[in-house]
Write a protein that binds this ligand. Structure first.
Ligand code: HEC
Length: 140
C-alpha cells in the first residue's frame, strides 16, 4: 500500500478541504447581506440603518444608527464587534441574549443539515454577508 498521508500531504488535504468548504458556502455578498438586514434588523435600525425603524419608537432605549460605526471607531469598521453582536456573543439589551430578537437565524443549530460543518458554514456566510453589507453603508 502506498503510504501517501505524509504530514505535508495531510496538511495540503486539509487546505484543499477548507478551500472546498469556502467555495461550497453560499456566496458572501452584499446582496445577501442586505436581504438579511432588511429581514432581521431594519424593523428597529431602519431601512437605511439610521436607527429609525418602525419599532424603534416603542423601545425605551434609543436605537443607534448603524451607518456611523466606522466613524465612531476612528474610521475603521469594527467588523469583529459587529460579527459578535450578530452571533449573539455580545449580549445587547434589546437584541436579547439567550434568544435574540432574530431567533436562531444566525445559529448553526437552526439549519437542518446532516452535516454540522455545512450548517456552520452557511451561518457564517449569513453573518459575514450581513456584516460586510453594513460595512458598505458606512458614512465617511
Ligand atoms: C428590537 C429592535 C432591534 C433589532 C431587531 C435589532 N437591533 Fe441592533 N440595536 C437595537 C438597540 C436598541 C441597540 C442599542 C442597544 C444599547 O444601547 O444598549 C442596538 C445596537 C446595535 C449595535 C451596536 C451599535 C453601536 O453603536 O455600538 C449593532 C452593531 C446592532 N445593533 C446591529 C444589529 C443587527 C446587525 C441587527 C439584525 C441582525 C439588529 N441590530 C437588530 C435594536 C435592535
Amino acid at each position: 500500500m502506498v503510504k501517501f498521508a505524509t504530514p505535508f500531504l495531510r496538511s495540503s488535504m486539509v487546505l484543499a478541504a477548507a478551500a472546498f468548504a469556502v467555495a461550497a458556502s453560499p456566496a458572501v455578498s452584499d446582496e445577501t447581506g442586505k436581504q438579511e438586514y432588511m429581514n432581521y434588523c431594519s424593523t428597529c435600525h431602519g431601512d437605511t440603518a439610521k436607527g429609525d425603524g418602525p419599532i424603534a419608537k416603542f423601545l425605551n432605549v434609543s436605537t443607534p444608527s448603524l451607518t456611523t460605526l466606522a466613524k465612531q471607531n476612528d474610521g475603521e469598521f469594527p467588523l469583529l464587534k459587529v460579527i459578535q453582536i450578530i452571533d449573539g456573543r455580545t449580549g445587547m439589551g434589546p437584541h436579547g441574549t439567550l434568544m435574540p430578537v432574530w431567533g436562531d437565524r444566525f445559529k448553526a443549530g437552526s439549519i437542518d443539515s446532516a452535516n454540522e460543518y455545512g450548517a456552520e458554514v452557511i451561518v457564517r456566510g449569513r453573518i459575514l454577508s450581513l456584516a460586510t453589507y453594513l460595512e458598505t453603508i458606512q458614512e465617511q
